[in-house]
Design a protein around this ligand. Sequence first.
Ligand code: UDP
Length: 432
Amino acid sequence: MLRLPRRLAVLSTHTSPLARAGTTKAGGMNVYVAELSRQLGAMGWDVDVFTRRDRADAPCVETLAPGVRLFHVAAGPTEPLPPIEVAGHVTEFTEGVAELTSGNDHYDLVHSHYWVSGLSGVELARRWQSPHVAMFHTLGAVKQMFQEPEPGLRIAGERRVVDCSDAVISATAHERAFLIGQYGAEASRVQVVPCGLDLNKFHPNGTEAARRRVAEVLPELGALDGPGILFVGRLEPAKGADLLVRALPMIEQRCDATLWIVGGDERDESERTRLRQLAEAGGVGERVRFASAVGREQLPDLYRAASVCAVPSAYESFGLVAVEAMASGTPSVATRVGGLASTISHGETGMLVSQRRPELFARAIGRLLSDDPLRTRMGSAAVDGMRLFAWPRVAASILDVYEGLLRERNASDRQRESCCPDPVESLLVAAS
Ligand code: UDP
């Protein structure tokens, strides 16, 4: 039997698990780090999460949940920075964590999230002689393929993290194939564990009652009395809210459907204006409604209140929104990419659309909106299907990875000694 409690260091350098998901760069990863840490805390682990201090009034340390502390580590200016700029402060961050924890023996294991954290994770794990588990959430090479060019530093940083980690956890087989094929990861070191879902939160609980509650807290969505198409997420082009605005007038079957675009904050006002203009131009200005990002406590009702949840993303490494909606009993209509292609079962729990074309989304959404029995059938199949992602099950799989590594610690220590001897600065210099 392994000794308990185990001490885990979690690195979430560029963004805090407390950041509001659905705004700028905060999304699925923030939700994931907070939830996994809570789960492990509840399972008896001592979890310390480290994030970069991005506001001057952040406390040095705060309690996130029983057994889980969050440290804000000074590294660079105390203001939000894009991830690529945070990468320039990795050494400071690493030293900051080392200093904060210098009174402790060590951590049994280090789990880092995103490549920027991974760079610190590799170094801290070496010092503590602990296994390092990396999780990327998105990969630069994949993003490049589906969205936009990524800085060379990111790809080089990811390669280094892949080379120097004891294990990489990937949420889908699709990403695992990339890690092996494009980053040269050793197949036996890449484990697929899907993202987790809080099924106590995300479950069906009556559409009409949910609509009444949503109307109270989000009056900006207007009367929720016809078919409702829900978009939830960051207001960035790759998420495709504009594609839905274009699709709305093409839904022939239900011209009373409204589109609810939920996400972003005051920094996204210009994008909302652009979407409003697009809606006006399409003659559906009255039927497109907006609300800023909502807290986790309001989301389940929002999903339940919707008739369908639409996820027309260019790419999703997992796509939490689609599975949260399905767990709440609402079928998802999404692009057939990344994690979405495996979490949605086409024709059973939702619909997959092979190309990001408004008319194809309009057709799929229209089909669902015009067939209540089909939608109800898919909704309940979706609820059953999403049990696979229940947090207790997912956390147990993550623990299997951890415990396997702890058992082979000696062997992996030897491996780490020979790997990544250069300081992280060499990487920064080489990529600049
Ligand atoms: N989210 C939220 N409030 C919002 C919008 C989004 O809490 O108003 C959460 C959403 O529930 C999901 C996460 O942000 O858990 C987004 O994750 P996803 O994997 O769908 O996309 P990402 O933002 O990671 O690209």
